[in-house]
Design a protein around this ligand. Structure first.
Ligand code: 4AD
Ligand code: MG
Length: 468
């Protein structure tokens, strides 16, 4: 067997029949009759299986018995045109090697229960299912497409720190990082607070909620940068759209105003969806047919449509009008309120029936760094709202004026001691600039049609769950 080079299933399925091949993978199913067995073999390279035809008289019973769902095997045989429907080629087995048996009584994926909830409880195994194979291949393609997109535009990929002393979003949702011994009485300072001088970094530190502040340092030196990495939020929201550890893409561009920022975000997201349809069609088609018959249509419609650009104030007016007309929301609507997902989805799914870029939010509900509008009430924020998802992107033009930025920091009574380095961008050669953050898993929710964010990341971290 070892004198033939292994071919991946994806490539086998595209090969011409008429030669000997070696396939390796995991058994998805085995069926057949007294004389012949048909094995569906998958190696993760594609959603599709290669069919192995086994003449049972040529193999010992003890080998055949070990070929059960989940077992890992290598098969050498001739690639022939398939008589059956569903595949062009199949392998007529000559030699079979069992690499790893799989006890059907104990294999977690053997169970009848294939609900997403059950599969989350066996997340260490769920990648072996068709569904999670498809999702994770799409995830991989999307990551590649993101790097390629920015690379082609000359953006610099900037690696911002994961451990930080600043709270970019100012929401106080940070996971603390410490090596202080929590079993012992903590060292105290004169005021009775914790004395961090003996902690690892000599100060209080946390996992980052966003790489933006450091991204701005990069943009105001390199011109255009993007980050792509994990971010962490200790927000206790147990929803289908929130993770405690999620991946974010944050481009930051010097000399972009809010309109340039919106144009880039819209082009970026359309490019990604288009890329997915082109490069992950088999996997998307599988998800479309199995779970979400409107998925492909929804993806296509986003590429072909111009996103609505709407002022927050106008958005509130539309929502208030809807309430007047009898639409019931769980949360109240009034000018100044932070929109809930139900409001965002009403605008996108019911009212406009396409993605919406909402701008001009009240400054009170947005972070300190956003450019303040002349009215003194609103900021140049932009959130992109998507069907089925709600907010998929959050961003803004940044406040470039030192005076206004400092005033806002003081107004919010933020500690300046660990922000002076950031304020330096406005002190020394300040420039107009903008940026945004795309939640990678929110994008994947949209592209895969999955309805729970726990199902588009291999190992979800959510309140009370950090298994595997
Ligand atoms: O709107 P957010 O909080 O914005 C920022 O962090 C800015 N610093 C981005 C920037 O301007 N550079 O988060 C950005 C996006 C959201 O639109 C959403 O898609 C995603 O990150 N996101 C989450 N995704 C999963 N789980 C969570 N808990 C998320 N919180 C935000
Ligand atoms: Mg946001």
């Amino acid at each position: 067997m070892e004198n033939i080079v292994r071919t991946k299933v994806k490539d086998l399925l595209k090969s011409e029949a008429g030669h000997d091949v070696l396939a390796k993978g995991w058994v998805r199913t085995k069926r057949g009759n007294k004389n012949v067995a048909f094995i569906a073999l998958n190696d993760g390279s594609t959603i599709n299986n290669i069919q192995i035809v086994v003449d049972k008289t040529q193999f010992e019973d003890c080998v055949l018995a070990k070929i059960t769902t989940g077992a890992c095997i290598g098969v050498c045989g001739s690639l022939v045109e398939s008589m059956g429907s569903g595949q062009a080629v199949e392998i007529q087995a000559k030699e079979i090697e069992i690499y790893g048996e799989c006890d059907p009584m104990r294999y977690p994926l053997q169970k009848k229960d294939t609900s997403f909830e059950y599969l989350r409880s066996v997340a260490h195994m769920r990648m072996r299912t068709n569904t999670f194979g498809a999702i994770l291949r799409i995830r991989n393609q999307m990551a590649f497409a993101i790097h390629e997109y920015f690379h082609s535009k000359g953006f610099v990929y900037l690696n911002t720190p994961l451990i930080t002393e600043s709270d970019c979003e100012g929401a106080g949702q940070m996971f603390q990082v410490t090596t202080l011994n929590l079993e012992e009485a903590l060292p105290r300072n004169k005021k009775g607070g914790i004395d961090y001088s003996s902690d690892f970094f000599g100060k209080q530190t946390s996992l980052t909620v966003s790489g933006q502040l450091e991204g701005e340092l990069g943009a105001t030196a390199l011109g255009e940068i993007y980050t792509f990495g994990p971010t962490f939020r200790a927000e206790n929201s147990n929803t289908p759209r929130h993770l405690a550890e999620f991946w974010m893409i944050e481009p930051e561009m010097a000399f972009y105003d809010i309109k340039d920022n919106m144009d880039l975000a819209e082009d970026f997201i359309k490019h990604l969806v288009e890329y997915a349809l082109k490069n992950c069609y088999d996997d998307i088609k599988f998800l479309n047919d199995k779970y979400d018959p409107e998925l492909i249509e929804r993806l296509q419609s986003v590429i072909g449509t111009e996103f609505v650009r709407l002022e927050y104030t106008e958005g509130i007016r539309i929502l208030e009008e809807a309430v007047k007309n009898g639409i019931k929301f769980e949360y109240p609507v009034y000018w100044g309120v932070d929109l809930q997902s139900e409001h965002e989805r009403y605008l996108v799914e019911q009212h406009f029936k396409k993605p919406v870029i909402l701008t001009g939010y009240p400054k009170e509900i947005k972070a300190f760094y956003m450019k303040q509008n002349e009215d003194g009430k609103t900021v140049r924020a932009m959130d992109i709202l998507f069907p089925k998802i709600g907010e998929i992107i959050g961003g803004s033009e940044r406040e470039a004026s030192l005076e206004k930025l400092e005033a806002r920091i003081n107004e919010l009574q933020m500690s300046r001691t660990n922000l002076e380095w950031y304020i330096d961008t406005r002190r020394f050669g300040s420039c107009p600039h903008s940026g945004f953050g795309l939640g990678f898993e929110r994008l994947l929710l949209f592209v895969t049609g999955m309805s729970n964010i726990r199902d588009v990341i291999p190992f979800p971290r959510t309140p009370k769950n950090a298994e595997f």
